[in-house]
Write a protein that binds this ligand. Structure first.
Ligand code: C2E
Ligand code: MG
Ligand code: MG
Ligand code: MG
Length: 287
């Protein structure tokens, strides 16, 4: 009897959930087709040294150009694909493509440029990640520290012990790790201290207000000093104004990215942009 009741409850719940489930399944099959049809590409956003203006690397950001729907933003499709088997496939495609790009940069006279890759929770926990990564690094003959993996706090807090072990494995291979969107999750200082990370990326929502909110200014300033004291580096994301840039420089922030420096550059335009903008490794406008 209890079982029957449970079944009935489930059916009620199921009816309201139907639409969402349908959309997700539909999206997943469309996305599978899109990958086969070359509708996915990368856009690369420069990450520069705040003080010298030197180009340090690029963050690889996924782009989906749908022939009928146009551009679909990763903020719209990634959360829906999260936890599907396809998301894992797409994540591995991003690693393959990004590491190959580092190789191409090397061939074109940019031997030290790094690439930062965003990982979904599923991929971070996937047992085949370290081996896959290692294989791509060897295949492309690039240095492991030219690859940085970006993880969000939410990926880490679900199982901090396991997460720390995986991070250690990846770092033992010589790859870099960044904590993305720092400040938006549930991070505490004690957890930060124990994390084997190289970079902390201060979330854009804090950077956006540093010029007009004393609170956000203080948060960002003290985060930078604290992270520095722990032996890690800070990357500020979403720098949009000169005022924000100057404040961050003044606070001794290591690296930055944002529309002020450059919007994400579609892969097809990367080579032209590089030869236009970069001389001797410097992203001139902000040197
Ligand atoms: P994220 O990793 O925090 O990436 C930064 C986002 O901020 C990007 O949005 C970027 O285009 C945007 N952005 C950069 N500078 C500025 C700025 O100055 N102002 C403003 N308003 N925005 C700026 P995008 O490309 O739409 O990506 C959104 C999120 O989707 C990313 O956030 C990341 O979490 C996820 N994502 C993107 N590519 C991938 C991927 O290949 N794999 C996975 N798993 N997630 C990805
Ligand atoms: Mg990121
Ligand atoms: Mg981020
Ligand atoms: Mg973000």
């Amino acid at each position: 009897e209890a079982k029957a009741k449970k079944g009935a409850e489930f059916r009620v719940y199921d009816a309201t959930m139907n639409l969402k489930v349908m959309q997700k399944v539909e999206l997943e099959s469309e996305a599978r087709e899109a990958l086969r049809g070359n509708q996915f590409s990368l856009a690369l956003q420069p990450q520069i040294d705040m003080h010298s203006g030197k180009l340090m690397g690029f963050e690889a950001l996924l782009r989906w150009y749908h022939p009928k729907k146009g551009h679909i933003s990763p903020g719209d499709f990634i959360p829906l694909l999260e936890n599907t088997s396809f998301m894992l496939e797409l994540d591995y495609w991003v690693i393959t493509r990004s590491t190959h790009l580092v190789r191409e940069l090397k061939n074109s006279g940019y031997p030290d440029i790094k690439v930062a890759i965003n990982l979904s929770a599923g991929q971070f926990l996937d047992p085949s990640l370290p081996e896959f990564l290692q294989h791509q690094i060897i295949k492309n003959d690039i240095a492991p520290d030219q690859v940085c993996l970006e993880l969000t706090e939410t990926v880490l807090v679900s199982d901090i012990k396991r997460a720390t072990e995986i991070m250690q494995t990846i770092r033992d291979m010589g790859c870099m790790l960044a904590i993305d969107d720092f400040g938006t999750g549930y991070s505490s200082l004690s957890y930060l201290k124990s994390l084997p990370a190289d970079y902390i990326k201060v979330d854009r929502s804090f950077v956006a207000n540093i010029a007009n909110s004393a609170d956000d200014r203080n948060i960002v300033h003290s985060t930078i000093s604290m992270v520095r004291n722990m032996g890690m580096q800070v990357v500020a994301e979403g720098i949009e104004t000169n005022e924000q840039y100057e404040l961050l420089c003044h606070f001794d922030c290591h690296q930055g990215q944002g529309y002020l420096i450059s919007r994400p550059i579609p892969e097809v335009n990367l080579w032209d942009t590089l030869s236009d903008k970069v001389e001797n490794g410097f992203w001139k406008d902000f040197a």
